[in-house]
Design a protein around this ligand. Structure first.
Ligand code: ATP
Length: 518
């Protein structure tokens, strides 16, 4: 960078001098009379050389070493994190599993004497924000090791060899600072399956990573932890014994874990004595640890905004809504006609959700948030790991109920169901392709089969969505009086909570239709 600036200054100076000398050759300038033709040619030649040199500085290869040197100076990755297992809420079985690795790092001699080979590579996989990085830092904290962080994408460069060089540098550093933990986040950025037409930059980087994993021996206490959201994409070679052979799945937290995570993140915050963390854990099914941490932080920010001394249930509920549904628009410019459509659409979702008992409806709103003009805030009563075919269908019916309500009331449909359609199709596709819940049979369809038989598969997916949409229309038509009541209340108040919804249902319950069939 410095060299670049100096050359640029010299070039500007040379250019100005050359221009003056050109002018001087036509019209004498005071003070430059003594300049000879040889001097002139020399100045011009130097300027041209400077120009060529400057151009070459700006073009690729020279930049590569400078990038590496930036990386060498980068101290972000050298760290002894002050994080321990105490900071990681829940994940008890995973912490237990990691205990052996920790023991090895602390008492490595014991294992070496026994001739035991200790796992070099551990792979954390699972959805984003579930605490993979936090856990890796905690392992470093528990063992008082250096924590060297790298993201897979940092190794992806267009200049061949740069990624591989970075991998080498990282491992060199780790060995120097042993005991140490190398954490490679988003390892799929470099670790995806290699192509047949090999030898590109990415393959070289992956090869270097494999070499490094094989290369370091038991004298160095270095553990490599990789993290990915997509284990299925990784190259077999990376997962082989002796490399990343321990795979640990870290999923979204269940109810007790959510409670513990919320406790960890509210530990240093002033809470209203009446606050019930368990109730918030119940309302946040499906959210990741990162989202829960965000909710706790948002609640604190909202409390400051509301000039409160303590965080109360009100702020927590607002924070959950903020994180789940997005930012509330302060002055939305929604036409009255659109507002009515949104009220009917959301009333449709809430109505069917309550009839089919898919989830607990917490709130219905037609106040725009994020990209949505309205939303139904709902949560399942409990964490579920298995869903029946019927339950999946009910989920699709609920998703399609917004569009069905528009169809029944206005006899036309709008663009408002885009997101619902995409979610409903995803579930239907999984039912056909992954869960064997279609006439195609009890088999999981692999990608190749899906590719070559997509028309057949699409017919089955469409059959599910058509069937469920028909059911949604029937439910709306059968309970149209309640739909209108919910929509009218929404138009009047914009937001309805669960108690009010229960009341509407209670007040408008009709006796079941008489069954005349003999
Ligand atoms: P990604 O896959 O997107 O890289 P990740 O799984 O590495 O995500 P982290 O970066 O570890 O997720 O988590 C983000 C934040 O979420 C943490 O800094 C922490 O505040 C919070 N968090 C997540 N899980 C937990 C947990 N089990 N206990 C306490 N905090 C957690």
């Amino acid at each position: 960078m410095k060299k670049h600036t100096i050359v640029l200054f010299a070039l500007v100076f040379g250019t100005i001098t050359s221009l003056l000398l050109i002018v001087q050759s036509f019209r004498p300038i005071d003070g430059l009379e003594s300049i000879t033709s040889t001097d002139r040619i020399a100045v011009w030649a130097i300027t041209v050389i400077l120009f060529i040199y400057y151009k070459s500085l700006n073009s690729k290869p020279q930049l590569v070493p400078s990038m590496i040197s930036i990386e060498k100076e980068n101290s972000r990755d050298k760290d002894k994190p002050g994080v321990s297992f105490k900071d990681v809420a829940g994940l008890d079985e995973i912490k237990e599993e990691l205990q052996e690795t920790i023991d090895f790092m602390i008492n490595s001699e014991k294992y070496k004497r026994m001739g035991a080979k200790i796992p070099k590579g551990i792979l954390f996989h699972g959805p984003p924000g579930t605490g993979k990085t936090l856990l890796a830092k905690a392992v470093a904290g528990e063992t008082n090791s250096s924590f060297l962080y790298a993201s897979g994408s940092e190794f992806v460069e267009k200049y061949v060899g740069v990624g591989a060089k970075r991998v080498r540098t990282l491992f060199e550093k780790a060995k120097k600072e042993s005991p140490s933990i190398i954490f490679i986040d988003e390892i799929d950025a470099i670790g995806t399956k290699r192509n047949q037409d090999s030898n590109n930059e990415k393959d070289q980087t992956l090869n270097q990573l494999l070499v490094e994993l094989d290369g370091f021996n038991t004298d160095e206490t270095v553990i490599v932890i990789g993290a990915t959201n997509r284990l299925d994409l990784l190259d077999e070679a990376l997962l082989r014994p002796g490399r990343f052979d321990r795979h640990i799945y870290i999923g979204n937290p269940n109810m007790p874990a959510r409670e513990k995570i919320l406790e960890v993140h509210t530990k240093n915050k002033p809470l209203d004595g009446k606050i019930d963390i368990k109730a918030f854990a119940k309302k946040t099914t499906g959210l990741s640890g990162a989202q829960l941490a965000n909710i706790a932080n948002e609640a604190a920010i909202i409390a400051v905004r509301n000039n409160k001394k303590e965080i109360s249930t009100l702020e927590f509920d607002a924070a959950i809504e903020r994180v789940v549904a997005g930012l509330e628009l302060k002055n939305p410019n929604v036409l009255l006609k659109e507002k009515k459509t949104v009220a009917i659409h959301e009333a449709g979702h809430a109505l069917v959700s309550k009839i089919l008992d898919t989830d607990t409806v917490q709130k219905i709103s037609i106040i725009p948030r994020g990209q949505a003009l309205g939303y139904v805030l709902k949560y399942p009563d409990e964490d579920r790991y298995l869903l029946t075919e019927k339950e999946l269908e009910n989920k699709i019916i609920t998703l399609l109920a917004g569009r069905a309500a528009e169809q029944v009331i206005f006899k036309e449909i709008t663009t408002g169901a885009k997101d619902d359609l995409s979610k409903a199709t995803d579930i239907a596709r999984a039912m056909v392709c992954s869960y064997g819940m279609s006439p195609l049979g009890t088999l999981a369809l692999d990608e190749l089969y899906i590719k070559y038989n997509y028309d057949t598969i699409r017919i089955e997916i469409k059959d599910i969505t058509d069937r469920t949409y028909k059911k949604a229309i029937e439910l709306i038509e059968d309970h149209i009086h309640i739909l209108h009541k919910i929509a009218d209340r929404l138009m009047e108040k914009e937001t309805i909570d669960s108690e009010e919804l229960d009341l509407i249902f209670k007040e408008n319950k009709r006796p079941p239709k008489p069954n005349f069939a003999l």
